[in-house]
Design a protein around this ligand. Structure first.
Ligand code: PEP
Length: 273
């Protein structure tokens, strides 16, 4: 948590809640956002419900007023091209048209299961920014890489690949999610000191090229974040929020993590819901 920086709590629904259950969960996320005005809430539903969820969230929110807080919608992936013969793919502009303002790029499942390379992740990051979508670029080492002492080398390589794109972000928000692959969906999370070490290193690498980018970018932690470990992770000095998979599918857990983040932001004024 950094003074003066709003934490970003993002839920990655992956291949879940692609129908009416997605709309029900989105409605609950609007209530969560209302109770945590000090925190930015982003949800990434599957493509099939993006437009409906975006509509639901803006309709539910009504007129912005005191304490109103929007739920922003993210795509989980995008194709780097604008349009064309790419069966099954979705462009950045299509995500915008569906109501997205964010997009997750280079998630470890895309890298590992679908063979996305650093170069492709960089291309997608560039395409996201061209469409004025704020990218959440995921980086992180595998267990084998960690055990062979390569964590810094791997994460730096992944960050370096997207750095030229991130430097051109203009007014669009940007985020990096440090997600150690061994912690995703496994129940094992990095400890706050382990997370802080990598988050601080990422910020230092960015600062060499652009102190402004290093200050502006939000570096999220991802990997088995849940209500029981959120407070210690979110309190780490260079942790600006969380990217949450499993726990974002359950409104009570996601809401509790958002509440914890809001409480860290204003410990004296935010009460448990
Ligand atoms: C993720 O997939 O981005 C993630 C962090 O998942 P989980 O919270 O389930 O580990």
């Amino acid at each position: 948590m950094r003074a003066g920086v709003r934490q970003l709590i993002a839920g990655n629904w992956k291949m879940n809640h692609g129908g009416t259950s997605g709309l029900e969960l989105a409605e609950k996320c609007v209530a969560i956002a209302r109770r945590a005005p000090a925190v930015d809430i982003v949800i990434a539903p599957p493509f099939t419900v993006l437009a409906a969820v975006a509509h639901e969230c803006s309709a539910e929110l009504g007129e912005p007023g005191p304490g109103a807080n929007a739920v922003a919608i993210a795509g989980q992936n995008l194709h780097p091209g604008d349009s064309g013969a790419f069966t099954g793919e979705i462009s950045g502009q299509m995500l915008r048209d569906a109501g997205c303002t964010w997009v997750i790029v280079g998630h470890s499942e895309r890298r590992q299961l679908f063979g996305e390379t650093d170069a492709q992740v960089a291309e997608k990051t560039r395409a996201a920014l061209k469409a004025e979508l704020a990218p959440i670029v995921c980086v992180g080492e595998t267990l084998a890489e960690r055990e062979s002492g390569k964590t810094h080398e791997v994460v730096k390589r992944q960050v370096d690949a997207v750095l030229p794109a991130l430097l051109s972000h203009g007014k669009t928000a940007v985020a990096i999610a440090y997600e150690p692959v061994w912690a995703i969906g496994t129940g094992k999370n990095a400890g706050p000191d382990e997370a802080e070490e990598i988050h601080a290193a990422i910020r230092d690498w960015l600062a060499v090229k652009s102190p402004e980018l290093a200050a502006q970018i939000r570096i999220l932690y991802g990997g088995s974040v849940k209500p029981s470990n959120a407070a210690e992770l979110l309190a780490a000095p260079n942790v600006d929020g969380a990217l949450i998979g499993g726990a974002s599918l359950d409104a009570a857990s996601f809401g509790e993590i958002a509440r914890i983040s809001a409480e860290l932001a204003s410990p004296r004024t935010t009460r448990p819901s």
